[in-house]
Design a protein around this ligand. Sequence first.
Ligand code: BGC
Length: 697
Amino acid sequence: MAKFKVPGDWGSLKEDIPLTKERVDEKARHLLTQMSLKEKIQQMSGSTPLVRGLWDAWLAYNMRPLPAGENKRLSIPAFCFSDGPRGVVMNHSTCFPVTMARGASWDTALEERIGDAMGVEARSQGANIMGSVCINLLRHPAWGRAQETYGEDPWHLGEMGAALVRGIQHHAMACVKHFAANSIENSRFRVDVRIDERTLREIYLAHFKRCVDEGAASVMSAYNKVNGHYCGHNPHLLRDILKKEWRFDGFVMSDFVLGIRNGKAANAGMDVEMPLTIHFGKRLMRLVQKGIVSEEVIDEAVLRILRQKIRFAQIGRPEQYRPEAVLSPEHKALAREAAQKSMVLLKNEPVGDGFHRVLPIDTTRIRRIVFIGKLAVKPNIGDKGSSMPRPPYVITPLGGIRAAVPRDCEVKYHDGRVIKKAVDTARKADVVVIIVGYTHRDEGEYMFTKGGDREILTLKPRDESLILQTVAANPNTVVVLMGGSAIITEAWREKVPALLMAWYPGIEGGNALADILLGKVNPCGKLPCVFPRSESQLPFFDKRAKSIEYGYFHGYRLMDKQGQEPAFPFGFGLSYTTFAHKNLQIDRGEIGPDEDLKISLDITNTGSVAGEEVVQVYIGYQDSHVERPVKELKGFSKVHLETGQTKRVDFLLAARQLAYYDEQQGKWIVEPLTYSVYAGPSSKKEDLLSVKFRIRE
Ligand code: BGC
């Protein structure tokens, strides 16, 4: 039975009148002057007692908010942490589709609403800081925690992450993680990511900067090392870049338990050890007494924490924070909408007579549907590590379709274990839907016995045989994939007429899937990561690596560079309607390095149903002094269009967003060059309109 606390109350830090930034700072400084060294240091670590922490972790990890820095004497409340990326992990909260799925929605307004819902559910259960904004870049689809992030592209990651920050921060602090270059799971506690400064800044950090600019209250350091230093002890990342260069005024917390190795992390810029006091507390006190950590370092950290506490004490809508707000009908509906908008239709080709397509399934004509596969009846919501919510129900694919079809349409089910029997059932059906893919056992946070980085990037050989034999018996077959990132489909893709990527679609996933299969909802998701044809198209990955080189190119950038064809390009996704992209225009042919360019194009819905299209803008570079990607994403927008409707979509591109990082000079350079603007429905060359402009000296 869920136990609810009174809304995460900020007590006397809340003032009657709104506070300016200056006033927040003044108030924080005033509090600091009243604190002893011991009190200051006590602000800097989680206050869960070790034994209780271990006990909770064993019984039910993350079931209550994890507090840090309560000071009763000065009436400073604790901040109370809860995960995670798919929704609040405590009690029976709403479990949304995984972050990668929401990345496929390319819908920042929707993501902000999801953040808002998470914030309300967190505050309703006594938490006031959420570890939800995971924006590590997907470098390779084998990464076990791929599902916790939005995809492979820094621009897309930044926009989606910033939207979640905005939504959560209507109510609670957002914690952005894991800073930085955290994209191998099994060796996360020791791997050293070797990376040059330009790659680090342009590819692995740009999206963190975007979330910092959005006002994120907190950043969580990663477990891994970057260029020889653990991220929690990395002064270049934490001090030089995050705090000095980006002027981040929030606080840095460690990833849990192994996020720092000793109290000297404070010198590197670590502000809070979470969730227990192991290396900070008394040990940090001794380091200060010995002069190894200065009191200025402590003051700086504490000021950062106090400022955010005071800032967030003024934020929120307490009247909304009540038990009924958790898993409310509105949040369930939002979870369903998110799942509908994140499924990606990858293939939908004519079958048989060459005129009809399997999808959408027309239940006025179809009498018998067969669902095949164990995942059709499994509540498959993804990883069971720190990001796992505990919803009281999950609508499975079979549950969803059974609730949706009319009475005179029969839905049969076969688990597919005995392929021959499944094929016999399929043969008699009008339409067959095979649900295959991964579960938390195949990918997720590494829990020693399960999860971790993936063993394979294809489906399991049995599932591939199941697909091939079924489609040979009945060509009216749809394959629905579940998983947290790209899946290699070479062995069977050509044979299958219809293919849908459903990811881990959350509690309402089965209903959303039925909505799409039956055409009640038009699919509009687009891939947030490239789906390769083979592993050889990807960068090197080693889940046991102690040290690994991260180069500049991965994903679509790497495939473009090498002239490779993916199975499905980044940004790709079909619809039940068709769209035409026309009249790409720019407002000027030349701009200065501090100016903006306006880019516009027309999108028309040329099909017979309403739909949503994600318009994407990529930029290419001609004769740059440095090696550049063939093109890279610099804008996107999701547009709803009724049949026959045309909308003009505008993008504003600042010249400085095209800068590269010059390692020698240690600064960003906007090159005077000719640039190409590409715009269209995916990153595929043939899909894109183009126009050129120049940036002058
Ligand atoms: C994960 C973090 C998470 C933390 C608290 C760690 O194991 O890496 O992402 O926020 O646990 O649940």
